[in-house]
Design a protein around this ligand. Sequence first.
Ligand SMILES: Cc1cc2nc3c(=O)[nH]c(=O)nc-3n(C[C@H](O)[C@H](O)[C@H](O)COP(=O)(O)OP(=O)(O)OC[C@H]3O[C@@H](n4cnc5c(N)ncnc54)[C@H](O)[C@@H]3O)c2cc1C
Length: 464
Amino acid sequence: MSPRVRIIGAGLAGSEAAWQCARRGVEVELFEMRPVWSTPAHQTADFAELVCSNSLKSDSENTAPWLLKEEMRRAASLLLQIARECAVPAGHALAVDRQSFAAKVTETVSREPRITVRREEVTSIEEANEQRVTIVATGPLTSDALAAEIARLSQTGDESDDEPESERPRAHTPHLYFYDSISPIVEADSIDMSRVYLAARYDKGSADYINCPMAREDYDRFYDALLASQSVEERDWEKMNYFESCLPIEEIARRGRDTLRFGPMKPVGLKDPRTGRMPYAVVQLRQENLRADSYNLVGFQNHLKFGEQARVLRLIPGLENARFLRYGQIHRNTYINGPALLRETLQMKAHPRVLFAGQICGVEGYVESIATGLIAGIHAAALVRGHELVSPPRASAFGSLTHYVTQADPKNFQPANITFDLLPALEKKIRDRKERHRLQCKLALQQFDEWLERAGMVLAAGKP
Ligand SMILES: Cc1cc2nc3c(=O)[nH]c(=O)nc-3n(C[C@H](O)[C@H](O)[C@H](O)COP(=O)(O)OP(=O)(O)OC[C@H]3O[C@@H](n4cnc5c(N)ncnc54)[C@H](O)[C@@H]3O)c2cc1C
């Protein structure tokens, strides 16, 4: 039988989508351009390579990232299962050994008989092929040729908009670019352990983070050096449109002397056991791999020249002699205007046999990308089998993500992580935040399980 679902991109979303289709008895052709072509951030030919942090966010019960992962677990997400097998200690977060994770995903997906892997760049999308369904999961670093093809499809599909292109505000164009930044990594044995301490914030989970404490004088010296340091291509800097929750440290610093102390250098809940006091500011380092031979500077994405990064970051207590394995950088982020182009099922409004998943559909983050890949896989399998497509319930994390991506205001659309803000408010007002979140999670999981049972019928139909 010829493949019926064509998936472009074997990243986080594409690998999960391929697996979900195959589990439902649907033949898949999975295209991945690496290693023939690579992207500015990927370093291997493996599927599902994590290009920056190794964290899949909080695993603390009744947080929004936990809820999304719990729904993924219930929906039998392959990538989440592999992430758990490759977990490294990270307090209350789920972090993975990135090499083992990507290697295992590659091996499992490639071994699946219903998935045919093609190592080539795709440059066209067959929007009208009645025999096939396409899932575009090419991520924030989609190749230029395919981006042009997506722009073509987006033009014809942008029915909600009859303004001339030149008069539209930037965020309202159906296809747009913006930029993200990544954090530096240092070698573990170059950290001066006599100057730092291990602790988890509020002692939640095990003490897996290395904390570099700063007294007020240390902070002032660091802050002044940071403000005086040179960024890469300063002119472009002015034009860049950063995602608010992923701002470079020097941009945060420009917003005020104390802004960093309320952001990535927040000392709250990180008492230094040697002094019994909370430092003036803290830089946290998180383990990168199982060997524990490298650590990343949490939230320290930046756009400084590499020489400047070495100079300024070595002012952090404990990092005076740090050896950098990777410096912070800036990267392109490609995504479509989901609310203008997509139905709640992630199908294009104008081309229902084309679905989008992962970062390119307008979510932000590893877990969110995997989750939308999972949904797109379920919907694509249902579509080729002629089944009804039923979206995840609005109250669930899955449903809230797809609702946001497809129903947000198209004029001000920005990619989003899963947060309680995306979930619908409870009917009854609950003042206590913890209790409110607990009840939101309970309701979400109840409704999600009911939905899964319906989507599960598709799975049963796929069994040989
Ligand atoms: C530099 C950078 C750092 C990031 N850091 C983080 C982070 O720390 N934490 C976090 O949660 N999220 C981060 N993100 C955001 C996002 O979560 C990741 O990019 C995530 O990998 C997105 O998953 P995806 O499946 O959508 O795309 P990807 O995982 O990038 O997968 C897309 C795949 O498509 C392939 N491809 C592209 N074009 C073509 C084509 N034409 N033909 C065939 N194959 C193609 C690519 O090679 C790639 O393998 C970061 C993004 C970037 C760019």
